[in-house]
Design a protein around this ligand. Structure first.
Ligand code: AMP
Length: 577
């Protein structure tokens, strides 16, 4: 496949307004690719060169791209800059200047290889080198190719294709339906690399996909926790449990292979360099290969005090890493082990895995075992919960002692219980901003009135609306929302957004906010949980509690499934059996 052909598909995908059409168009694209092409192509359609967990960036900023465009098309720098000022999108600038001539149509694999060269250029003279390599690539591009090349180079190709959509499309391309999605998804949960899955599937079919194994150096999708309203419900549903503190820090998966250690976040970012003290501590462990799962948190040993999430989060930075590490060192409470010395441990019962954790990190002062208390008593669980909360922890996570590690799953093997609010345990939800309405009166000053927010339908890779948000934000935060919203504004409803309401402005689903509400009510106006004529769910008296920073992607927001479960629990509380 040539890059101009791919660009034609990218144009089609960009203008698609239905999720089904996204899947079909992508499937059609896939049917035209060979096993050699499908891996780089899968990264490119997500605006990347490598899987998300590999920290390879093309590293071309706007200024450099302007210079490369000028060089490629023989246009004076000033003219390119002026055009950029008028059009506001360097992709469109390149498309205009490239004109219509489609001369040499490079294969997708070659374009990918050349972009990798640009990403790899480092050291003295690398800025020049990046610019001229990119200019050489643009020079022969037709208009649509130039547009997409520029967007990929700037990291701005966002077609709104979620991982489940790619998996559905792969299944569709081979089978004409979604029936292989579970197989592909299970493999994805083990290896987190869509390109690898696509290539394996193309070359070796279902059996080879099933044979993809957990490997050190490739993150495993994190096991997640369900919720239950109170200790009674936990003991009733799970029986005997292992109770652990819930640390309010950052999830880390630590991979060690000899001297090489990598630290991954829950959404697959590479934190190896940023969390250097964890990296160093893992390097010092005696086992040759390991995968550990835990929570990194700023912890004061002198005061025996867990520091607030904002302080831990301040360690996610690109600059001043060493100084920050000295001033605010992290520890990691390790609560799981998934791999040791060549052996996948995810099928072992939790209790056995935890015993191995103790053994593996014994003696470390940075990697600390998360304590557990085993109990089947409501009283003990309640006391433990209150105890931890009084120590400044978020609550507890209870785990089934006999459960496997289920990569990527959110189920009742792990259940979180958080702090008390007004006599009942309740929890906030994480919502994705989908649009906004122009405000009246005071709000109009900030350019945003109410926000339209939704939850994630993980099964169908869609976002469904659940509420409008109008309160809880300070003036400064409204302004901040407006600024963020400006960069996410789109002309039409994104293909993955499902909504009956039509806001004044649609947003790409990217910003996640934490919201508290009084209760969940049935509502015909919202699409979350709506099936046919049955009403969906809405939130009553919602208020924004905080912005979730980079730690949650839109796909990590609360799901429709969780909302349905919370609604069920709420009804049980109101009408005790
Ligand atoms: P939530 O983000 O509210 O869904 O809660 C799940 C998160 O709690 C996990 O992803 C971890 O980052 C964090 N966590 C803190 N302590 C623990 C623990 N002991 N076991 C499992 N997860 C924990």
């Amino acid at each position: 496949m040539t890059f101009p052909e791919l660009s034609g598909y990218l144009d089609r995908l960009e203008s698609t307004t239905s999720r089904n059409d996204l899947v079909k168009t992508l499937a059609e694209l896939y049917t035209k690719t060979s096993p050699d092409e499908i891996q780089p192509l899968t990264y490119l359609i997500q605006g990347r060169l490598v899987p998300f967990f590999e920290p390879v960036e093309i590293g071309l900023g706007e200024k450099l791209v302007v210079a490369a465009i000028a060089q490629a098309f023989g246009t004076p720098l000033d003219d390119v800059a002026k055009l950029f000022g008028r059009v506001g999108d360097l992709g469109l600038v390149a498309a205009q200047l490239a004109g219509h001539g489609s001369s040499s149509a490079l294969p997708v694999t070659e374009v990918h290889a050349r972009l990798m060269d640009i990403a790899g250029a480092a050291g003295a003279g690398s800025v020049e080198k990046k610019r001229s390599l990119f200019a050489a690539l643009l020079k022969h591009a037709d208009s649509a190719s130039a547009k997409h090349l520029v967007r990929i180079a700037l990291g701005r190709l966002r077609l709104g294709i979620g991982d489940p959509t790619v998996l559905d499309a792969l299944s569709f391309a081979r089978k004409g339906d979604r029936s292989l999605r579970p197989v592909l998804e299970a493999a994805y949960n083990r290896v987190s690399d869509l390109g690898l899955i696509a290539r394996t599937f193309w070359a070796g079919g279902e059996p080879e996909v099933n044979a993809l194994e957990v490997t050190v150096g490739r993150p495993i999708r994190s096991q997640l926790a369900e919720r239950l309203p109170n200790p009674e419900a936990v003991i009733k549903k799970l029986g005997p449990v292992a109770v652990q503190p819930k640390y309010d820090g950052i999830r880390v998966q630590i991979h060690k292979s000899g001297e090489v250690v990598r630290v991954f976040s829950r959404n697959l970012e590479d934190y190896t360099r940023m969390f250097s003290e964890l990296t160093a501590a893992a390097r010092g462990l005696t086992d040759d290969t390991l995968i550990l799962d835990g929570e990194a948190i700023a912890y004061s040993k002198e005061l025996e005090e867990y520091l607030p999430f904002q302080l831990t989060a301040s360690r996610r930075r690109q600059h001043g890493i060493e100084q920050a590490a000295r001033e605010l060192p992290l520890v990691a409470f390790v609560f799981d082990i998934l791999y040791r010395n060549g052996r996948d441990l995810t099928d072992l019962p939790y209790e056995e895995r935890l015993a191995l954790v103790d053994e593996v990190i014994a003696g470390s002062t940075v990697l600390l075992p998360a304590p557990i208390i085993k109990t089947d008593s409501v009283e003990v669980l309640t006391k433990t919960l209150l105890d931890y909360i009084s120590q400044g922890l978020e609550g507890v996570v209870v785990k089934r002692p006999d459960s496997k590690y289920q990569a990527g799953a959110r189920n009742f093997n792990w259940v979180k219980l958080k702090r008390h609010t007004s006599g009942e345990l309740s929890d906030t939800v994480d919502l994705v901003l989908l649009g906004y309405y122009f405000g009246k009166g005071k709000r109009a000053e900030f350019g945003v009135g109410a926000l339209l927010a939704g939850v994630y339908d993980a099964e169908n890779d869609r976002f469904a609306t659940i509420t409008k948000l109008g309160t809880g934000l300070s003036d400064a935060e409204w302004r901040q929302i407006h600024e963020r919203a400006d960069t996410l504004q789109v002309d039409q409803r994104p293909a993955r957004v499902d909504s009956i309401l039509v806001p004044d402005v649609w947003l790409k689903p990217e910003v996640v906010v934490e919201v508290m509400a009084d209760e969940i009510t049935p509502s015909p106006r919202h699409t979350a949980g709506k099936v046919g004529d049955e009403p969906g769910f809405a939130l009553r008296f919602p208020r924004v509690v905080s912005f979730r920073g980079a730690d949650k992607r839109a796909e990590d927001a609360t799901t429709v499934h969780e909302i349905a479960e919370l609604f069920r629990q709420q009804r049980e509380r109101k009408q005790p059996a």
